[in-house]
Ligand binder design. Sequence first.
Ligand SMILES: [Zn+2]
Ligand SMILES: [Zn+2]
Length: 140
Amino acid sequence: MLEAGQSYEGGCLCGAIRYRVAGPSLFESQCCCRDCQKATGTGHTTIVGIMRDQLEMAAEPKIYTNNGESGGWVSRHFCGECGGRLYTSGSLPGEVIMIQAGSLDNPSQVTPQNVIYGKDAVSWDHFDPALTVYDLYAPR
Ligand SMILES: [Zn+2]
Ligand SMILES: [Zn+2]
């Protein structure tokens, strides 16, 4: 988990976009929703929830917005040069944004607490059996 009082750096694949996140994280999850699968080309994405003002970007990412399954809009922020995913924001849950864990310089500092959108998980994607799998969102 990203901890209070610590800051964490990350960036895209090519290095054109760098960012800094102030801890603590609000939640850390594996998300198996279809949109994450399409946007990453993988079975799930690992997300770190923080408040918007905990993120400091050194350059402007490109943004792709669509309607999320939960009903609101969802914007995916990524590098226009290399396509590396950085974070996701949306109308739901508002001021909470989700960093793509793999974009952190040290992604091993992330400890997923649960699996969300388990209803869309694919059979070849395997998770820590200690994690609770929720059909949709985890209750907060
Ligand atoms: Zn890049
Ligand atoms: Zn998702």
